[in-house]
Ligand binder design. Structure first.
Ligand SMILES: *Cc1c(COP(=O)(O)O)cnc(C)c1O
Length: 476
C-alpha cells in the first residue's frame, strides 16, 4: 500500500484547531495545552501509519485522532485525589485522610474558600487580628485552660513546645514513654530537632516518682509526659500520672508538659471503649502545657493544638518557629466548626462524623448493613451476599487494643475471584476500599455513609453482573 497517501491525509495542527471538536476542547482545557497534546497525537499517528499494513488500518488511525486527543487532554485535567468509600471499618484511616468532616462543615468550608475572610483581621477595631483568636476562646471554654494556639500537626506542636521551653536544656521523659508514632515521629528525634536534650527516667516497664526526682539537674527545663496512644505495656508496670509529677515540677521550677496524642473531649467509655484520658482531665491534673492532634479522636482537620498557661503559650506565639509551622485558613475554619459543635457534649456525637461512627450502636450498624445487603441482592445474582458480625477499630494510632463490635456486608463472588473483585472495587470512579478475609470481600458498614449505598450497589452490580444492569435499563 502507498503510505504517503495517508501521511498526506494527516491534518495540519493549525487547521484542526479551527474546527470542532478541537475548538470546544481548546475552550475547555486551554489552546496551549491542547496544541501540545494534538502535536503529540499527530506524530504518533504518522508513526502508526508508517507501520500499518492495510488501508483499513490507516483509515482507522486517522479516524481515532480526535477521540485520542480528547481522552489525553481530559486525563491531564482529571484530579488525582478523589472521594473514596471507606468500607474498612477503620474510622481514623490515615491513608484515607483520617477524620471526615460533616456535610454542613464541608459546605461552610467550601463557602469560605471561594472568597476573603477575617482570618487575621479584627472586625471590631479594623486592625490586624490573630488567626488563633477564632479558636482560642472556644478551646479555653471547652477545656478549662487559659490560652491556646494551633500549628500544622501534633508533631509540630511537640517540636514548638520543646524548642520554646527547653532548647539547650534537659527534658525528663520516662523510658516507658519514648514513643514512635507511624510516619517517622519519634519522641527522641523530635527532642533532638527541637534543641532540647532528652533525660531518660526509669525503665521500659516501670518508672517511679523517685526516678524523675533523680533525673533532675541544674539544666532541667521541663518534665514531659507522653501518652502511649498506640501501644500498651501490660503486666509488671508502673508509670507516674501527671498529678503526682505536679509537686516535683513546682519544686524544680519547670513546666510540666503533656503530649496527649489523640486529644479526646468525650468520655469514650460511654460507648463501651476503654477510657482514653480526656483533654479536660489532663488540664485538671495540672499540666502546664498540653498538645494533641486535631484529626485523631477529636474528629477535626489535621492540626496540632497547644493549650495551657497564658505566659507559656505567649512565649510560643512569639517563637519564629511558629511562623514556620503556621496553619492555613482551611485548618482554622474547619477547626472552629468542630469546636463549635463540641460545646454541647450531648449533640457532638450527632454533629461530628468520627464521634457518630464511634458511638453508633451495633444494632443500628446491623440495620444499615441489612439495607445495603438487600440493595445488592436485588441487583446481583453472581455472588453470595450476607450480613456478618465484624470488628471495627478507631485507627489513627489510637486505642490499639480496642475493637468496636460492628457489622459487615460479606460478598463471595461466584463468577470471579475475590481478589479480582476487591481490585475492581478499588478502580471504580468512586473507589470502594474493602478488606479480604476468608476468601470473601468484607465491607464494614460502620465507616460507610448511607447516602453512598445506592451508588455502591450500582457500582458493584456493574462489576459482578453487568448483563443484569443492561437488562434493568431496558425495562424502563
Ligand atoms: C499521633 C501522635 C503524635 C503525632 O500527631 P500528628 O498530629 O499525627 O502529628 C504525637 N504524639 C502522640 C502521643 C501521638 O499519639
Amino acid at each position: 500500500m502507498d503510505h504517503s497517501l495517508y501521511f498526506r491525509k494527516i491534518p495540519k495542527t493549525d487547521i484542526l484547531l479551527e474546527q470542532e471538536p478541537m475548538r470546544r476542547l481548546a475552550g475547555e482545557y486551554g489552546r496551549d495545552v491542547l496544541t501540545g497534546v494534538l502535536r503529540q497525537v499527530l506524530e504518533e499517528a504518522r508513526r502508526d501509519i508508517s507501520l500499518a499494513d492495510s488501508r483499513e488500518q490507516a483509515e482507522e488511525i486517522l479516524r481515532s485522532i480526535p477521540g485520542t486527543t480528547e481522552k489525553r487532554v481530559s486525563d491531564l485535567f482529571a484530579p488525582h485525589i478523589r472521594k473514596v468509600i471507606n468500607a474498612t471499618g477503620t474510622i481514623l484511616h490515615t491513608n484515607l485522610g483520617r477524620a471526615p468532616m460533616s456535610a454542613s462543615q464541608a459546605e461552610r468550608i467550601a463557602g469560605l474558600a471561594g472568597g476573603y475572610c477575617n482570618l487575621e483581621y479584627d472586625l471590631e477595631t479594623g486592625c490586624r487580628g490573630e488567626r488563633y483568636a477564632h479558636i482560642e476562646e472556644l478551646l479555653c471554654r471547652i477545656t478549662g485552660t487559659e490560652a491556646a494556639m494551633v500549628v500544622n500537626n501534633n508533631a509540630a506542636a511537640v517540636m514548638l513546645v520543646l524548642n520554646t521551653l527547653a532548647s539547650g536544656g534537659e527534658v525528663i521523659v520516662s523510658r516507658g514513654e519514648l514513643v514512635e508514632i507511624g510516619g517517622k515521629f519519634r519522641i527522641p528525634d523530635v527532642m533532638t530537632m527541637s534543641g532540647a536534650i532528652l533525660a531518660e527516667a526509669g525503665t521500659t516497664n516501670k518508672t517511679h516518682l523517685r526516678d524523675y526526682e533523680n533525673a533532675v539537674t541544674a539544666d532541667t527545663r521541663a518534665i514531659m509526659k507522653v501518652h502511649t496512644s498506640n501501644y500498651q505495656i501490660i503486666g509488671f508496670t508502673e508509670s507516674v500520672p501527671a498529678e503526682k509529677l505536679r509537686p516535683l515540677a513546682d519544686r524544680t521550677g519547670v513546666p510540666l508538659i503533656e503530649d496527649l496524642g489523640s486529644g479526646v473531649f468525650a468520655d469514650l467509655s460511654r460507648y463501651g471503649l476503654p477510657h482514653e484520658p480526656t483533654v479536660m482531665e489532663a488540664v485538671a491534673a495540672g499540666a502546664d502545657v498540653i498538645t494533641f492532634s486535631g484529626d485523631k479522636l477529636l474528629g477535626g482537620p489535621q492540626a496540632g493544638i497547644i493549650i495551657g498557661k497564658k505566659d507559656l503559650i505567649g512565649r510560643m506565639k512569639k517563637n519564629p518557629l511558629t511562623r514556620v509551622l503556621r496553619v492555613d485558613k482551611f485548618t482554622v475554619i474547619a477547626l472552629e466548626g468542630v469546636l463549635l459543635a463540641y460545646q454541647s457534649a450531648d449533640l457532638a456525637p450527632e454533629r461530628i462524623p468520627v464521634l457518630r461512627m464511634i458511638s453508633e450502636p451495633a444494632d443500628s450498624v446491623k440495620g444499615r448493613a441489612e439495607k445495603l445487603a438487600s440493595l445488592l441482592k436485588e441487583r446481583i445474582s453472581s455472588a453470595d451476599i450476607t450480613v456478618e458480625a465484624s470488628e471495627a477499630r478507631t485507627g489513627g494510632g489510637s486505642l490499639p487494643a480496642a475493637v468496636i463490635p460492628s457489622f459487615a456486608v460479606v460478598i463471595r463472588p461466584t463468577a470471579m475471584s475475590t481478589a479480582a473483585l476487591e481490585r475492581r472495587m478499588r478502580q471504580l470512579p468512586c473507589p470502594v476500599i474493602a478488606r479480604i478475609a476468608d476468601d470473601a470481600v468484607i465491607m464494614d458498614v460502620r465507616t460507610m455513609e448511607e447516602r453512598d449505598f445506592l451508588e455502591t450497589a450500582g457500582s458493584l452490580q456493574e462489576i459482578l453482573d453487568p448483563e443484569s444492569r443492561i437488562s434493568a435499563w431496558k425495562k424502563y
